[in-house]
Design a protein around this ligand. Structure first.
Ligand code: NAD
Length: 436
């Protein structure tokens, strides 16, 4: 089947390349001319492990191509996916649907055949109805079914997640749509990946409910970590102790500096707005959003405390190791590093940083931070080292070298990648998260 993917970012590009790898003919469309030109030259616009190879092999096999022309890209496609951004709308936190609506208008005006239009972007309940209306209003005479098919991939593990998903959720209102979607996902269906068919509104809500639940799990263990520090308990053992209960599960119970990234912050806010609009408050999610927001800045205070408090910290220098919201991505959207760096510079602290993949995107967001070529350059002359993202490259630092380069052997490990007893033995003043 020919598949068109409108939007070639983290989700569109990975999904498009994976569908091509399943044997479909895929055209990835993006309005960003520079991005499309680079993709045609085999240069990836994002960092995602394995993506360059997947794109290259499928492009070479003639199954994957790139264009800026939506009309050209969707011609003859049986399924047209919308995978454009849905960021928080400035001012009120609603999902900004302007990109989705603009694409729906363009599709309506350019369609040449019957097809299914699939929203892969994360969109609030009712967006499918609106997309359907926009396409109908464009005067399009072809049979078009609008489907919701939210994406659950994780950056950094996106290809594996797409090809071996826990489940595929498809919200469709008629049999024609379900038939086309079965064909799109046939390779996964044969692999016995569970496919859950629901109504369109239900499917749209599933995505928000999933992200809000995961954000809640993270925030819950983060609050437990604070309590552990007060009572002298170890949050990692608490997480293990509760996670071994199958009803709870062990994933998303890693205490840290608060969730960030391109999804949880904006999706929890958007869910609150939907709940407000329908007069059905989701108070748990409200609390999660508040707790997480204040936590990121509190992590800055944790570093300041390790420097001896606000008075002593002024004029000092801190090395931040890791800037992206998680390892194996270059994505800086809503990374806790942003709030932490802000809190530190507000306190008159100089910052040097290193991140294996995130510095290009971080540079304009953190103009006050000196970007370094490697972790040791950032550590040179630092009065404290803060581990913000758990990249593998930071798990086995040469601690003798760290001590000789740093001004003081002070480490604040916001990801608990070292063991307190080892660090003490090495002569570090070591603080971590939720370990008494
Ligand atoms: P992104 O910003 O990386 O990519 C969006 C792309 O769409 C950009 O390249 C942009 O140029 C393009 N675009 C915008 N308007 C266009 C138009 N009119 N025509 C053609 N191209 C257009 O976004 P993303 O991270 O891939 O997220 C896309 C959607 O998927 C969002 O709704 C997001 O919430 C959801 N999602 C993201 C992830 C993730 O891990 N990033 C996971 C699951 C779901």
């Amino acid at each position: 089947m020919k598949i068109a993917m409108v939007g070639s970012g983290y989700v569109g590009l990975v999904s498009g390349a994976c569908f091509a790898d399943f044997g479909h003919e895929v055209v990835c469309i993006d309005k960003d001319e520079a991005k499309v030109a680079r993709l045609r030259d085999g240069v990836m616009p994002i960092y995602e492990p394995g993506l360059a190879e997947l794109v290259e092999s499928n492009a070479r096999a003639g199954r994957l191509s790139f264009t800026t022309s939506l009309a050209e890209g969707i011609a003859g496609a049986g399924a047209i996916f919308i995978a454009v951004g849905t960021p928080s709308r400035r001012g009120d936190g609603h999902a900004d649907l302007s990109f989705v609506h603009a694409v729906a208008e363009e599709i309506g005006a350019a369609l040449t055949n019957d097809c299914v239009v699939v929203t892969k972007s994360t969109v609030p309940v009712g967006t499918g109805d609106e997309v359907e209306r926009i396409i109908a209003d464009s005067g399009c005479t072809h049979r078009v079914a609008v489907v919701s098919n939210p994406e659950f991939l994780r950056e950094g593990a996106a290809i594996g997640d797409f090809k071996r998903p826990d489940r595929i959720v498809i919200g469709a209102e008629d049999e024609f749509a379900r038939e086309v979607m079965r064909e799109v996902y046939r390779p996964l269906f044969l692999n016995e990946s569970p496919i859950l068919f629901t109504g369109r509104r239900t499917s749209e809500l599933i995505k928000y409910a999933a992200n809000a639940f995961l954000a809640t799990k993270i925030t819950f263990i983060n609050e437990m970590a604070d309590l552990c520090e007060k009572v002298g308990a170890d949050v990692q053992d608490v997480a293990r102790g509760i996670g071994m209960d199958n009803r709870i599960g062990k994933k998303f119970l890693h205490a840290g500096p608060g969730y960030g990234g391109s999804c949880f912050p904006k999706d929890t806010l958007a869910l609150l707005k939907t709940a407000e609009d329908y007069d059905s408050p989701t108070r748990i999610v409200e609390a999660v959003v508040k707790v997480n927001e204040s936590r990121k800045r509190a992590m800055g205070r944790k570093v300041i405390d390790a420097l001896g408090g606000a008075e002593a910290a002024r004029g000092k220098r801190v090395a931040l190791l890791g800037l992206t919201f998680k390892p194996n991505t270059d994505d800086m959207r809503d990374s806790p590093a942003i709030a932490i760096a802000q809190a530190l510079s507000d306190a008159g602290i100089a910052i040097a940083a290193y991140d294996p993949e995130g510095m290009e995107l971080a540079r304009p967001m953190l103009p006050q931070v000196e970007m370094c070529d490697d972790p040791y350059q950032a550590i040179e002359g630092a009065d404290a080292i803060a581990i913000v993202t758990e990249w593998d490259a930071f798990r086995a630092l040469d601690l003798d070298r760290v001590k000789s380069l740093a001004n003081a052997a002070v480490m604040v490990d916001l990801r608990n990648i070292y063991r307190p007893e080892d660090m003490q033995r090495q002569g570090f003043r070591y603080t971590s998260i939720g370990r008494g």
